[in-house]
Design a protein around this ligand. Structure first.
Ligand code: ADP
Ligand code: MG
Length: 375
């Protein structure tokens, strides 16, 4: 049975336990640090997360996402710093005493137990009555569209279904905070999309606080209220997807989130940037002095083509690739410089070999110093 089929068959309205709404708690992480020998895995990370917020740690492999999450979970002890959940300092508490839920990439289901038994397990540990357990397991399986699989064992389920069971097992005792480390990493794209939607829906319905780890920008953008972009054990920027995209504070964020174009140049007396390729691009407000060497950064989706004489830059269209209603266009700028990437509505696509100009709204052009600290 396909996932899609399962989801479309789930018609009955959601039934929630009375205590199952708005259960999320706030979380503050203050200057947590973890070293392994001479290697600093997490370097004084601090963040405030609101109750009911969906926060994602986004970064490439080795940036410290899992270590930060594991310190919040209690499986890794920080060298220093503190972790407070809903006003309670949990820094020195064992994981099971923190009351948090976890979902990892590996499903870690008990193979000899049915779906129901797997989901009931955390409640049995907590000593709930048989009747309460039955009700709560039923509700939770229904919420995740798994009622009809209650009696199956994990090996009789697809990967996506198994991961839903793992999610149910974390949700069933209604923890105020759920921690998820690349939970969809083992699934194919289509299934990932479906489960993202499910996770987001359940999080909203319960008002859960979720901390989610991924290296996938798109996944982070789809799911998150705010994203912490991590690099080398630090947070480069912690902001809403829109702010990260529109006001990246570092070239790394501009590049990681939107694959920005970086155009080297020099600041003019009026603050505009004279590009090394010749033209002048007007930019967002910045505090770089006239004469400073900078790079102007602009996302592919924020560039438009125009007549050559109207652009801040001119070049020849090298490739035009249709992706749905959008086209990806690459342009080789006249003179020197690396290829510039655009993403524009299909109706406005130029032809390969055309000579075009490029324009952008000044508000969409960020300015970073050439060394890369941003501003
Ligand atoms: P991410 O989840 O972003 O890929 P991790 O938090 O797993 O990154 O790792 C951050 C850094 O810490 C990496 O360089 C990793 O090799 C190192 N690291 C993580 N756990 C250990 C450990 N138990 N022992 C030694 N080094 C570790
Ligand atoms: Mg990791």
């Amino acid at each position: 049975m396909s996932e899609l089929h399962v989801m479309s068959e789930r018609k009955s309205p959601l039934v929630l336990a009375p205590d199952g709404i708005g259960i999320g708690k706030s979380l503050s992480v203050t200057k947590v640090r973890k070293t392994y020998g001479t290697m600093t895995a997490v370097d004084e990370v601090s963040m405030e997360i609101g109750a009911g917020e969906f926060v994602t740690f986004l970064g490439s492999s080795g940036s410290g996402k899992t270590t930060t999450l594991m310190m919040i979970a209690g499986f890794v002890e920080p060298d220093s710093g503190s972790i407070v959940v809903g006003g309670r300092d949990v820094t020195r508490l064992a994981p099971q005493k923190r009351g948090l839920g976890f979902v990892f990439q590996q499903y870690l289901l008990f193979p000899h137990m049915t779906v129901s038994e797997n989901v009931a397990f955390p409640l049995e540990l907590r000593g709930l009555s048989k009747q309460d357990i039955r009700n709560r397991v039923g509700e939770t399986l229904e919420m995740a569209g798994l009622s009809r699989f209650a009696r199956r064992r994990p090996r009789e389920l697809s990967g996506g279904q198994q991961q839903r069971v793992a999610l149910c097992r974390a949700l069933v005792y209604r923890p105020p905070v759920i921690l998820m480390d690349e939970p969809l990493g083992a699934l194919d794209k289509k299934l990932r999309d479906q489960l993202q939607t499910e996770i987001k829906r359940i999080q909203r319905e319960l008002g859960l606080t979720v901390i989610y780890v991924t290296h996938d920008q798109e996944e982070a953008l789809v799911l998150s209220d705010r994203i912490a972009v991590m690099r080398d054990g630090r947070i480069d920027q912690f902001d809403t997807p829109q702010e990260l995209f529109e006001r990246p504070r570092t070239p790394f964020v501009a590049d990681f989130l939107g694959a920005a174009n970086f155009l080297p140049g020099t600041v003019e007396s009026d603050g505009a940037v004279r590009l090394d390729t010749g033209g002048v691009v007007r930019t967002r407000r910045h505090d770089h002095a006239a004469g400073a060497r900078v790079q102007a950064a602009v996302q592919p989706g924020r560039l438009a083509v125009c007549a050559p004489e109207d652009g801040f830059c001119t070049g020849i269209v090298e490739t035009v690739t249709y992706v749905g209603t959008l086209v990806r266009v690459t342009i080789r700028p006249d003179g020197a410089g690396s290829t510039i990437r655009l993403e524009i509505p299909a109706g406005r696509a130029p032809l390969m070999g055309d000579r075009v100009g490029l324009t952008a709204d000044p508000d969409d052009v960020s300015v970073f110093d050439a060394a890369g600290t941003g501003g």
